[in-house]
Design a protein around this ligand. Sequence first.
Ligand code: PLP
Ligand code: COI
Length: 345
Amino acid sequence: MSQIDWDSLGFDAYRTRTVVLSRFQNGQWSPAETTETFSFTLDPFAQVFHYAISCFEGLKAFTQKDGRIVIFRPDENAARMQRTARYLGMPEPPADLFIRMCELCVKNNLEFLPPYGHGASMYLRPLLMGVHPQMQLVPYPEAVLAVMCAPAGSYYGAHLKSSSAVIPGDYDRAAPKGSGSYKVGANYAATFKPYKIAHDQGYTELLYLNSGTREFVDEFGSSNFFGIKGNKYVTPLSDSVLPSITNKSLQQVAADLGMEVEKRPIPVEELAEFDEAGACGTAVVITPMSHIDLKPVLAGEEVACTWRFVPDGSVGPVCTKLYRQITGIQFGELEDVHGWCHEVR
Ligand code: PLP
Ligand code: COI
């Protein structure tokens, strides 16, 4: 393996040593096993290929300041994968199996775990796939849970770097009463085309409104939305956004720092009232937005509205404080008062 430059890691698919696998068949999960070839085989008729019967999770392992290796809140990801599996009619991986497989993935790929001091971590990607060969549109109790990992730096090219987003007037993320709050792969498929158009225009992110009435802020394609108004941390209450574990943690961190936390519908016009706004999630951590544009037609010329938060290139004081606090806990520089860091032994 060539030497990894821990300081210039982005967020990429990475060929590490091992993937950890368990198969659900005949009502049972098989003991977790590791591949040595970084590959596995599925039937071409497997449901996952044809009908997108798949869901995934994203969580991170850190080398802390004192050398301990921890995974951030894996119990939350286990519970969220179970919830998504129920939605898809798939077998739910037990939480202890899920966590054990994440630990095994870290331990069997240790040479890819960034050491402390580079701001980098190991991203863990558990993937649950319907593998039964089948044409009928009915759930089937057979699945593979695969946990893979990649050394990860910053999602957008630099830590805590301000970015811009566009609200696409002609694309929705998920249907009302649809799959928006579940981590199904299909939700992401629908974002590829608008992301390409947005990136070609220089935007980093897509900010979706609630589909249907398009009155309220929902979330970014990759992450949750939060806004800062004076001493308030405000984040959308919506049944079609993913319940982000980072956002849940930041709400607690904000409250710990003496801020008021509001989780409620955010009318799109309220964007004008925020001092700071940003994206939060495992991959993006906290990514502050310098401005957000609303374009009636994403590929068109017209910008119907622009909301500015901080000058391009700068980062507001509250985003900075929240970022330092959450990453401080993850890297073991601040006390983990809520017991969020799960040690890998
Ligand atoms: N929203 C979407 C659409 C996401 O893909 C993610 C990433 O997982 C999040 C929000 C943030 O969730 P979390 O903080 O649990 O990573
Ligand atoms: C994560 O943050 O874990 C995600 O799954 C987001 C994805 C777009 C990389």
